[in-house]
Design a protein around this ligand. Structure first.
Ligand SMILES: Cc1ncc(COP(=O)(O)O)c(C=O)c1O
Length: 448
């Protein structure tokens, strides 16, 4: 067989691309399942509640809508997003500020591609930002955070990274934040958001705020957004969100971006639309019809969003209390459906097993105990660095509700209906078995 030389076939940038770590772990899990071996799936952040009946009906009703929709998205969907965000941000968002795409991921990709400058990114951050930034030919500078202050971003850390970037010849002109955060499950306080906005404004840095988890929060108040209270139009700010997490419809591929109504906003929006027109044309028509219903501000959809958030809160916090009692280092999650523990307290035992990195730790967990997690290294942690980062894993609780799709639709609506109060604690067999499997991991380490 002819041997292909990658260097001759692929561009230098393409040679750096790898299958996204989240999709890779899912494939490993599928392989184990095919071998009929047990898996405790904490690796993939896919929401799995049943789709709201009205949303599903809208998708069904539009199944024969096969034409291309406008590049910026279906008008009724853009109106629906604008109404929803106007209420959430407590400031007016107009329909023409909204651009829809097949997921927020391609919109983020497009933004990194069309905007000038290098990128500041909190460490840790979602797996796809770093490859997207590198693919756009930009340099990435990590803003360090720590578990001790719930992965908040301090002004000191921002200034330190910014100055380091300048000293090393970088041109930091873009910053991205994500709250509630994947992987930490943390939510920025209003003060923290104010600090970031001020820092960016003072230096003319464009702020991208990935708010895909903004409806899934565990406190009494909505997570603070840099776009709230009229700031969207005053700042160089772009918000992104979508259908994948709150509405459990990642596979339908609907996301959106909101641009300021300023000249800055219009300039970037025009470039993104041109990009979209040459790249994905438009998101799927039935999925856009369904999304227009999902983002509705009706009491029916408000109830669904609240039920989803309560279930994620209950399941994720049950897991948190167990991990804490096992002796792991972990900050209490405030939103989304992620936990970000460090096995550092067992550093001595792990080293005696020859496990020195988060990648080795995650691989040991899946092969020995069937526990699927993602290593901290794919979120930017340094696997050659301090043990707190080297022994960090991301665990997602979103697969712990139903065994499979038929159970999801057989019991899912009842489960949602039961989540009427904050006090409701669901009994979830998959959560209990995942906890048991993690208990076995910790018992093994303690015995060393
Ligand atoms: C932080 C974050 N941003 C964006 C996305 C992309 O979501 P989508 O492209 O489905 O809108 C995800 C999905 O996992 C995510 O976790």
């Amino acid at each position: 067989m002819e041997k292909i030389d990658d260097n001759a076939v692929l561009t230098p940038l393409a040679r750096q691309l790898r299958l996204s770590a989240t999709l890779e772990i899912n494939e490993l899990v599928q392989q184990r399942l095919q071998q009929e071996r047990e898996v405790f799936h904490l690796g993939f952040g896919e929401a799995t509640f049943p789709v709201h009946q009205s949303v599903a009906a809208a998708h069904r009703d539009a199944s024969l809508t096969t034409g291309y929709l406008p590049v910026a998205g279906l008008q009724t969907l853009r109106e629906s997003v604008a109404r929803f965000q106007t209420r959430r941000l407590r400031s007016s968002v107009k329909t023409d500020q909204v651009v829809v795409a097949p997921g927020s991921k391609p919109l983020l990709f497009a933004l990194f591609d069309v905007l000038q400058g290098d990128v500041l990114l909190p460490r840790p951050s979602w797996v796809s930002y770093e490859p997207q930034v590198l693919h756009a030919g930009k340099r990435l500078f990590w803003v360090e955070t720590s578990e001790q202050n719930r992965h908040a971003i301090s002004e000191q850390s921002l200034v330190y990274t910014y100055e380091h970037a300048l000293r090393s010849g970088g041109k930091p002109r873009i910053m991205l934040i994500n709250s509630p955060s994947n992987p930490t499950g943390q939510v920025f306080t209003k003060e923290n958001v104010d600090t970031i906005v001020r820092f960016c404004e003072e230096r003319g840095i464009i702020l991208i705020s990935d708010e895909i988890y903004s409806d899934i929060f565990f406190g009494d108040e909505h997570p603070a957004s840099p776009g709230s209270l009229g700031r969207l139009d005053e700042s160089k700010l772009i918000l992104t969100g979508g259908l994948s997490k709150t509405y459990s419809a990642g596979g339908w591929r609907v996301g959106y971006a909101i641009f300021p109504s300023s000249e800055f906003g219009r300039t970037v929006q025009t470039a993104v639309l041109a990009y979209a027109s040459e790249c994905w044309s438009a998101a799927s028509a039935p999925a856009q019809e369904a999304a227009a219903v999902a983002f509705d501000t009706t009491s029916e959809m408000d109830l669904y969003r609240a039920q989803v958030a309560r279930l994620h809160k209950s399941c994720t916090l049950q897991m948190y209390h167990q991990l804490l009692s096992f002796g792991l280092d972990i900050a209490k999650p405030q939103g989304a459906f992620y936990l970000y523990p460090s096995f550092q307290p067992f550093a001595r035992q792990l080293e005696s097993l020859g496990i020195k990195t988060s990648a080795e730790l995650s691989s040991w967990l899946i092969t020995e105990f069937g526990v699927a997690t993602l290593p901290g290294s794919v979120f930017g942690e340094d696997d050659d660095g301090l043990p707190s980062g080297r022994y960090r894993l991301r665990m997602a609780t979103s697969y712990l509700y139903f065994k499979d799709c038929s159970e999801r639709y057989e019991h899912g609506y009842d489960l949602l209906a039961m989540a009427v109060t904050e006090q409701f604690v669901p009994y979830l067999p998959l959560l209990q078995s995942a906890i048991k499997a993690l208990q076995a991991v910790v018992d093994k380490l303690k015995a060393l």
